[in-house]
Write a protein that binds this ligand. Structure first.
Ligand code: PLP
Ligand code: COI
Length: 344
Protein backbone atom coordinates (compact mmCIF):
# COMPACT_ATOMS: atom_id res chain seq x y z
CA UNK A 1 0.00 0.00 0.00
CA UNK A 2 1.56 3.28 -1.13
CA UNK A 3 2.16 5.93 1.49
CA UNK A 4 0.62 9.30 0.48
CA UNK A 5 2.74 12.44 0.02
CA UNK A 6 3.39 14.57 3.08
CA UNK A 7 0.50 17.00 3.48
CA UNK A 8 2.68 19.78 4.91
CA UNK A 9 4.94 20.17 1.85
CA UNK A 10 3.96 22.59 -0.90
CA UNK A 11 5.05 20.23 -3.68
CA UNK A 12 3.76 22.50 -6.46
CA UNK A 13 6.21 25.24 -5.49
CA UNK A 14 9.40 23.33 -4.88
CA UNK A 15 12.69 24.59 -6.23
CA UNK A 16 15.46 22.29 -7.45
CA UNK A 17 17.04 22.17 -4.01
CA UNK A 18 18.03 19.64 -1.37
CA UNK A 19 15.52 18.97 1.35
CA UNK A 20 16.01 16.36 4.08
CA UNK A 21 13.97 13.18 3.76
CA UNK A 22 13.52 10.01 5.80
CA UNK A 23 16.88 8.53 4.87
CA UNK A 24 19.36 7.26 2.30
CA UNK A 25 20.95 3.93 1.43
CA UNK A 26 24.63 3.01 1.32
CA UNK A 27 26.51 0.03 -0.06
CA UNK A 28 30.19 -0.64 0.39
CA UNK A 29 32.61 -2.47 -1.89
CA UNK A 30 35.45 -3.95 0.10
CA UNK A 31 37.68 -7.02 -0.36
CA UNK A 32 36.30 -7.56 -3.82
CA UNK A 33 32.56 -7.57 -3.14
CA UNK A 34 29.56 -5.37 -2.49
CA UNK A 35 27.81 -5.69 0.87
CA UNK A 36 24.06 -5.87 1.48
CA UNK A 37 23.77 -2.12 2.04
CA UNK A 38 22.21 -0.21 4.90
CA UNK A 39 19.44 2.34 5.24
CA UNK A 40 20.26 5.28 7.42
CA UNK A 41 18.75 8.55 8.55
CA UNK A 42 22.17 10.14 8.79
CA UNK A 43 22.90 12.93 6.35
CA UNK A 44 26.64 12.80 6.93
CA UNK A 45 29.39 10.37 6.00
CA UNK A 46 32.32 9.14 8.03
CA UNK A 47 35.21 9.30 5.56
CA UNK A 48 38.90 8.52 5.72
CA UNK A 49 40.88 11.74 5.42
CA UNK A 50 42.86 10.22 2.54
CA UNK A 51 39.81 8.90 0.62
CA UNK A 52 40.39 9.15 -3.14
CA UNK A 53 37.05 10.95 -3.67
CA UNK A 54 38.39 13.85 -1.63
CA UNK A 55 41.87 14.13 -3.09
CA UNK A 56 41.81 12.67 -6.56
CA UNK A 57 38.23 13.13 -7.69
CA UNK A 58 37.06 9.53 -7.71
CA UNK A 59 33.41 10.55 -7.55
CA UNK A 60 30.70 9.95 -10.14
CA UNK A 61 26.95 10.29 -9.86
CA UNK A 62 23.65 9.75 -11.58
CA UNK A 63 20.33 11.56 -11.64
CA UNK A 64 16.90 10.11 -12.31
CA UNK A 65 13.35 10.85 -11.32
CA UNK A 66 10.49 8.98 -9.69
CA UNK A 67 6.91 10.05 -10.38
CA UNK A 68 3.49 9.29 -8.97
CA UNK A 69 1.04 8.34 -11.74
CA UNK A 70 -2.65 9.30 -11.80
CA UNK A 71 -3.63 5.80 -10.69
CA UNK A 72 -1.24 5.95 -7.73
CA UNK A 73 1.55 3.81 -9.21
CA UNK A 74 5.08 4.92 -8.49
CA UNK A 75 7.13 5.04 -11.69
CA UNK A 76 10.76 5.49 -12.55
CA UNK A 77 12.13 6.28 -15.99
CA UNK A 78 14.79 4.21 -17.81
CA UNK A 79 16.68 3.26 -14.68
CA UNK A 80 18.79 0.66 -16.50
CA UNK A 81 20.23 3.41 -18.70
CA UNK A 82 21.35 5.25 -15.57
CA UNK A 83 22.88 2.07 -14.21
CA UNK A 84 24.79 1.52 -17.45
CA UNK A 85 25.98 5.10 -17.53
CA UNK A 86 27.23 4.85 -13.97
CA UNK A 87 29.27 1.82 -15.08
CA UNK A 88 30.71 3.85 -17.94
CA UNK A 89 31.55 6.71 -15.55
CA UNK A 90 33.11 4.30 -13.06
CA UNK A 91 35.26 2.66 -15.72
CA UNK A 92 36.36 6.05 -16.98
CA UNK A 93 37.57 7.05 -13.52
CA UNK A 94 38.93 3.57 -12.72
CA UNK A 95 36.38 2.93 -10.00
CA UNK A 96 34.51 -0.19 -9.00
CA UNK A 97 31.13 -0.15 -10.70
CA UNK A 98 27.95 -1.41 -9.00
CA UNK A 99 26.24 -4.14 -11.07
CA UNK A 100 22.97 -3.06 -12.70
CA UNK A 101 20.94 -5.22 -10.28
CA UNK A 102 22.56 -3.60 -7.27
CA UNK A 103 22.06 -0.11 -8.69
CA UNK A 104 18.37 -0.88 -9.23
CA UNK A 105 17.92 -2.31 -5.75
CA UNK A 106 19.63 0.70 -4.21
CA UNK A 107 17.35 3.14 -6.06
CA UNK A 108 14.17 1.19 -5.31
CA UNK A 109 15.11 0.88 -1.67
CA UNK A 110 15.75 4.61 -1.33
CA UNK A 111 12.47 5.46 -3.08
CA UNK A 112 10.52 3.02 -0.93
CA UNK A 113 12.00 4.42 2.26
CA UNK A 114 11.00 7.93 1.22
CA UNK A 115 7.51 7.46 -0.17
CA UNK A 116 6.19 10.42 1.77
CA UNK A 117 8.40 12.61 -0.40
CA UNK A 118 7.19 11.37 -3.77
CA UNK A 119 5.17 14.37 -4.98
CA UNK A 120 1.50 13.96 -5.89
CA UNK A 121 0.52 13.35 -9.50
CA UNK A 122 0.12 16.47 -11.59
CA UNK A 123 1.90 18.99 -9.36
CA UNK A 124 4.93 19.34 -11.64
CA UNK A 125 7.38 18.07 -9.02
CA UNK A 126 9.08 14.67 -8.77
CA UNK A 127 11.36 12.73 -6.50
CA UNK A 128 14.91 13.32 -7.69
CA UNK A 129 17.14 10.31 -7.11
CA UNK A 130 20.86 10.89 -6.81
CA UNK A 131 23.04 7.77 -6.80
CA UNK A 132 26.62 8.67 -5.91
CA UNK A 133 29.69 6.45 -6.22
CA UNK A 134 32.84 7.49 -4.37
CA UNK A 135 36.29 6.12 -3.74
CA UNK A 136 36.50 5.73 0.04
CA UNK A 137 39.77 3.83 0.25
CA UNK A 138 42.80 5.78 1.47
CA UNK A 139 45.56 6.62 -1.04
CA UNK A 140 48.22 9.23 -1.03
CA UNK A 141 49.85 8.14 -4.28
CA UNK A 142 47.66 8.79 -7.29
CA UNK A 143 45.95 5.46 -7.97
CA UNK A 144 42.48 3.97 -7.69
CA UNK A 145 41.00 3.31 -4.25
CA UNK A 146 40.56 -0.21 -2.89
CA UNK A 147 37.19 0.63 -1.31
CA UNK A 148 34.09 2.27 -2.76
CA UNK A 149 30.72 3.38 -1.55
CA UNK A 150 27.49 3.67 -3.54
CA UNK A 151 24.98 5.85 -1.82
CA UNK A 152 21.55 6.90 -2.97
CA UNK A 153 19.88 9.99 -1.64
CA UNK A 154 16.53 11.30 -2.80
CA UNK A 155 14.87 14.67 -2.51
CA UNK A 156 11.63 16.09 -3.90
CA UNK A 157 12.31 18.74 -6.53
CA UNK A 158 10.65 21.26 -8.77
CA UNK A 159 12.12 22.61 -12.01
CA UNK A 160 15.88 23.03 -12.44
CA UNK A 161 15.58 26.26 -14.36
CA UNK A 162 13.48 28.95 -12.73
CA UNK A 163 9.79 28.82 -13.68
CA UNK A 164 10.04 25.34 -15.24
CA UNK A 165 8.87 24.99 -18.81
CA UNK A 166 9.58 28.59 -19.77
CA UNK A 167 12.29 29.96 -22.05
CA UNK A 168 15.77 30.49 -20.64
CA UNK A 169 18.61 32.60 -21.99
CA UNK A 170 22.05 31.05 -22.52
CA UNK A 171 25.48 32.55 -23.03
CA UNK A 172 28.62 30.99 -24.47
CA UNK A 173 31.41 31.85 -22.00
CA UNK A 174 34.39 31.17 -24.23
CA UNK A 175 36.97 31.71 -21.54
CA UNK A 176 35.99 28.37 -20.05
CA UNK A 177 35.68 24.85 -21.40
CA UNK A 178 33.75 22.06 -19.73
CA UNK A 179 35.50 18.92 -20.91
CA UNK A 180 38.32 18.00 -23.29
CA UNK A 181 37.75 15.66 -26.24
CA UNK A 182 40.03 12.99 -24.76
CA UNK A 183 39.05 13.85 -21.18
CA UNK A 184 36.17 12.61 -19.04
CA UNK A 185 33.25 14.62 -20.44
CA UNK A 186 31.21 11.50 -21.25
CA UNK A 187 31.41 10.43 -17.60
CA UNK A 188 29.13 11.95 -15.00
CA UNK A 189 32.19 12.83 -12.99
CA UNK A 190 31.75 15.21 -10.06
CA UNK A 191 34.83 17.13 -11.19
CA UNK A 192 33.19 18.09 -14.49
CA UNK A 193 30.67 20.11 -12.53
CA UNK A 194 33.32 21.89 -10.51
CA UNK A 195 35.05 22.65 -13.83
CA UNK A 196 31.87 24.30 -15.06
CA UNK A 197 31.09 26.43 -12.05
CA UNK A 198 33.02 29.51 -13.19
CA UNK A 199 31.10 29.65 -16.47
CA UNK A 200 27.73 28.93 -14.82
CA UNK A 201 28.20 31.50 -12.08
CA UNK A 202 29.39 34.13 -14.53
CA UNK A 203 26.39 33.41 -16.76
CA UNK A 204 23.97 33.64 -13.84
CA UNK A 205 25.47 36.88 -12.59
CA UNK A 206 24.89 38.34 -16.05
CA UNK A 207 21.22 37.30 -15.95
CA UNK A 208 21.42 34.10 -18.02
CA UNK A 209 20.00 30.74 -16.98
CA UNK A 210 23.13 28.74 -17.83
CA UNK A 211 26.30 28.61 -19.93
CA UNK A 212 26.50 26.79 -23.25
CA UNK A 213 29.86 25.16 -24.03
CA UNK A 214 31.63 24.79 -27.33
CA UNK A 215 33.98 21.93 -28.19
CA UNK A 216 37.15 22.52 -26.19
CA UNK A 217 39.60 21.86 -29.02
CA UNK A 218 38.51 24.37 -31.65
CA UNK A 219 35.56 26.33 -30.29
CA UNK A 220 33.84 25.71 -33.60
CA UNK A 221 31.07 23.33 -32.56
CA UNK A 222 28.30 23.27 -29.98
CA UNK A 223 28.82 20.80 -27.12
CA UNK A 224 26.24 21.10 -24.34
CA UNK A 225 25.10 23.05 -21.29
CA UNK A 226 26.53 22.69 -17.80
CA UNK A 227 23.73 20.34 -16.77
CA UNK A 228 21.87 19.37 -19.93
CA UNK A 229 22.31 18.42 -23.59
CA UNK A 230 21.49 20.79 -26.44
CA UNK A 231 19.19 20.34 -29.42
CA UNK A 232 18.02 22.60 -32.21
CA UNK A 233 15.03 22.31 -34.52
CA UNK A 234 15.30 23.33 -38.16
CA UNK A 235 12.51 24.83 -40.23
CA UNK A 236 12.25 21.58 -42.17
CA UNK A 237 11.48 19.54 -39.01
CA UNK A 238 14.89 18.14 -38.16
CA UNK A 239 15.90 17.49 -34.55
CA UNK A 240 19.63 18.24 -34.50
CA UNK A 241 21.82 17.42 -31.50
CA UNK A 242 25.61 17.46 -31.10
CA UNK A 243 27.68 14.33 -31.49
CA UNK A 244 30.83 15.06 -29.56
CA UNK A 245 33.44 13.07 -27.63
CA UNK A 246 33.05 15.40 -24.66
CA UNK A 247 29.32 15.55 -23.95
CA UNK A 248 27.41 13.46 -21.45
CA UNK A 249 25.19 10.88 -23.15
CA UNK A 250 21.88 12.22 -21.91
CA UNK A 251 19.14 9.67 -21.35
CA UNK A 252 16.55 12.39 -21.98
CA UNK A 253 18.19 13.17 -25.31
CA UNK A 254 18.37 9.46 -26.13
CA UNK A 255 14.63 9.26 -25.47
CA UNK A 256 13.87 12.37 -27.53
CA UNK A 257 15.82 10.92 -30.44
CA UNK A 258 13.47 7.94 -30.31
CA UNK A 259 10.29 10.00 -29.82
CA UNK A 260 11.07 12.74 -32.34
CA UNK A 261 10.45 10.59 -35.46
CA UNK A 262 7.06 9.60 -34.00
CA UNK A 263 6.27 13.32 -33.85
CA UNK A 264 7.37 13.93 -37.42
CA UNK A 265 11.00 14.98 -36.95
CA UNK A 266 14.04 13.62 -38.68
CA UNK A 267 16.86 13.10 -36.19
CA UNK A 268 20.45 14.18 -36.82
CA UNK A 269 23.15 13.52 -34.25
CA UNK A 270 26.31 15.09 -35.61
CA UNK A 271 28.77 17.91 -35.17
CA UNK A 272 26.86 21.18 -34.94
CA UNK A 273 28.94 24.16 -36.19
CA UNK A 274 28.18 27.35 -34.27
CA UNK A 275 27.14 29.06 -37.53
CA UNK A 276 24.18 26.68 -37.60
CA UNK A 277 22.75 28.19 -34.42
CA UNK A 278 21.30 30.92 -36.63
CA UNK A 279 19.41 28.37 -38.72
CA UNK A 280 17.38 26.82 -35.93
CA UNK A 281 13.79 27.91 -35.50
CA UNK A 282 13.81 26.63 -31.91
CA UNK A 283 16.37 25.22 -29.53
CA UNK A 284 16.17 23.44 -26.22
CA UNK A 285 18.09 22.02 -23.28
CA UNK A 286 17.25 18.49 -22.22
CA UNK A 287 18.09 16.44 -19.16
CA UNK A 288 16.60 14.79 -16.12
CA UNK A 289 16.68 17.97 -14.05
CA UNK A 290 16.10 20.34 -16.98
CA UNK A 291 13.44 18.05 -18.57
CA UNK A 292 13.06 20.16 -21.73
CA UNK A 293 13.82 23.80 -21.25
CA UNK A 294 13.14 25.99 -24.28
CA UNK A 295 16.02 28.31 -25.12
CA UNK A 296 14.96 31.92 -25.53
CA UNK A 297 18.27 33.13 -26.91
CA UNK A 298 21.98 32.35 -27.07
CA UNK A 299 24.54 35.10 -26.62
CA UNK A 300 27.64 34.26 -28.64
CA UNK A 301 30.58 36.59 -29.25
CA UNK A 302 28.58 39.67 -28.32
CA UNK A 303 25.55 38.82 -30.45
CA UNK A 304 22.14 37.47 -29.44
CA UNK A 305 20.67 34.64 -31.46
CA UNK A 306 17.02 34.88 -30.57
CA UNK A 307 14.59 31.96 -30.84
CA UNK A 308 11.62 33.13 -28.81
CA UNK A 309 10.39 36.67 -28.33
CA UNK A 310 7.15 36.35 -26.38
CA UNK A 311 8.46 34.54 -23.29
CA UNK A 312 6.54 31.40 -24.23
CA UNK A 313 7.80 27.98 -25.35
CA UNK A 314 7.53 27.36 -29.08
CA UNK A 315 5.44 24.59 -30.69
CA UNK A 316 8.37 22.20 -31.24
CA UNK A 317 9.66 22.20 -27.67
CA UNK A 318 6.07 21.98 -26.47
CA UNK A 319 5.35 18.89 -28.58
CA UNK A 320 8.56 17.18 -27.44
CA UNK A 321 7.92 18.15 -23.81
CA UNK A 322 4.40 16.78 -23.86
CA UNK A 323 5.48 13.59 -25.62
CA UNK A 324 8.22 12.93 -23.09
CA UNK A 325 6.55 13.98 -19.85
CA UNK A 326 3.28 12.19 -20.60
CA UNK A 327 5.22 8.92 -20.73
CA UNK A 328 7.25 9.74 -17.62
CA UNK A 329 4.19 10.35 -15.46
CA UNK A 330 2.29 7.38 -16.87
CA UNK A 331 -0.32 9.29 -18.90
CA UNK A 332 0.85 8.55 -22.43
CA UNK A 333 1.31 5.18 -24.08
CA UNK A 334 4.71 3.80 -23.07
CA UNK A 335 5.32 1.95 -26.29
CA UNK A 336 9.07 1.66 -25.72
CA UNK A 337 8.71 0.27 -22.19
CA UNK A 338 10.64 3.11 -20.57
CA UNK A 339 8.75 3.37 -17.30
CA UNK A 340 8.95 0.83 -14.56
CA UNK A 341 6.69 0.53 -11.57
CA UNK A 342 8.38 0.55 -8.20
CA UNK A 343 6.56 -1.78 -5.82
CA UNK A 344 5.95 0.31 -2.74
N1 PLP B 1 24.66 16.86 -19.69
C1 PLP B 1 25.08 17.11 -18.46
C2 PLP B 1 26.41 17.74 -18.29
C3 PLP B 1 24.29 16.74 -17.36
O1 PLP B 1 24.69 16.98 -16.11
C4 PLP B 1 23.05 16.13 -17.57
C5 PLP B 1 22.23 15.69 -16.44
O2 PLP B 1 22.13 14.57 -16.11
C6 PLP B 1 22.65 15.90 -18.89
C7 PLP B 1 23.47 16.28 -19.93
C8 PLP B 1 21.36 15.22 -19.17
O3 PLP B 1 21.44 13.84 -18.99
P1 PLP B 1 20.16 13.00 -18.60
O4 PLP B 1 19.16 13.28 -19.64
O5 PLP B 1 20.60 11.60 -18.62
O6 PLP B 1 19.73 13.47 -17.26
C1 COI C 1 20.48 15.71 -13.81
O1 COI C 1 19.77 16.24 -14.67
O2 COI C 1 20.17 14.67 -13.24
C2 COI C 1 21.74 16.29 -13.44
O3 COI C 1 22.58 15.57 -12.96
C3 COI C 1 21.94 17.72 -13.52
C4 COI C 1 22.46 18.19 -12.22
C5 COI C 1 23.87 18.51 -12.24
C6 COI C 1 21.59 19.13 -11.51
Amino acid sequence: MAVPPRADIDFANLAFAYRPTDGNVRYTWRDGCWDEGVETESETLPLHIAATCLHYGQAVFEGLKVYRAKDGRVLCFRIDENAKRMSHSAETLMMESPPVALFRDAVFRAARANQRYIPPYGCGASLYVRPLLIGTGARIGVRPADEYMLLVLVTPVGPYFKHGFTPTKLIVEEEFDRAAPLGVGTAKAAGNYAAGMRATMRAREAGYGEALYLDAKEHKFVDELGAANFFGITKDQRYVTPKSPSVLRSITNLSLRTLAPDLGYQVEQRSVPIEELDDFVEAGACGTAAVITPIESITLRGRDIVYLTDGKPGPHCTALYQGLTSIQVGDGEDKYGWTEEIEV
